[in-house]
Design a protein around this ligand. Sequence first.
Ligand SMILES: Nc1ncnc2c1ncn2[C@@H]1O[C@H](COP(=O)(O)OP(=O)(O)O)[C@@H](O)[C@H]1O
Ligand SMILES: [Mg+2]
Length: 231
Amino acid sequence: MLKVEHLSVSFGGIQAVRDVTFSVPDGEIVTLIGANGAGKSTTLRTIIGIQKPKSGSVKFHDEELVGLPINEIVRRGITLVPEGRHVFPDMTVQENLKIGAYMRKDSLTDDLHWVYDLFPRLKERSWQAAGTLSGGEQQMLAVGRALMAKPKVIMMDEPSLGLAPLIVKGIFDIIKEINRQGVTVLLIEQNANMALRTAHMGYVLETGRITMSGPGKELLVNEEVKKAYLG
Ligand SMILES: Nc1ncnc2c1ncn2[C@@H]1O[C@H](COP(=O)(O)OP(=O)(O)O)[C@@H](O)[C@H]1O
Ligand SMILES: [Mg+2]
């Protein structure tokens, strides 16, 4: 269980995250939805240790993560697929995947097979420069790279951003499959429709605060959520 409690994060005078509390049970998919600027990315970046909170705590299996360096948080089993993918364009697909395992010293062969089984497209293109992949393929690569760290929890920051509907569906199918194989998922999305359909639990973030929460399927039919996020 990943537990975020009373988390607040500020940038100068701007409070980006305000007293946010939620938890991600082992084996589940949890989503945080919200408009641009709601504080979604800041929440993920604080969990992984890129950003320091003003107050609050992040606990993973009851151990405090706040104050630990990023590499230690990754070593404990949490990984982040950042917004905008950020693959290394001049390196091959396979080189990009290997970078995802930089924290590990054991053999990578099984995990490369695992990732290539999940993403046959990446296997076909393993020697291709990552910068020449399509947007959807780069997103697959970013997810595959995060999986190479053998995470217990994978956090994804808007994996569907800028992708065509058919590709988005493929990405969400993969998210469900990764979860079915035992990886816990914390998913940040502006695409509330797909995210709430996919997640066990959803939380709505508005200007840094959680304003609603509930099972994904309940939020999907909630009138306020429909009006604000489902168009
Ligand atoms: N590094 C930063 N420096 C200053 N302000 C930031 C920084 N990162 C985010 N913010 C501000 O914090 C707020 C929340 O941003 P963010 O977490 O990126 O939102 P979201 O991911 O929901 O779009 C915004 O007002 C944004 O401008
Ligand atoms: Mg963001």
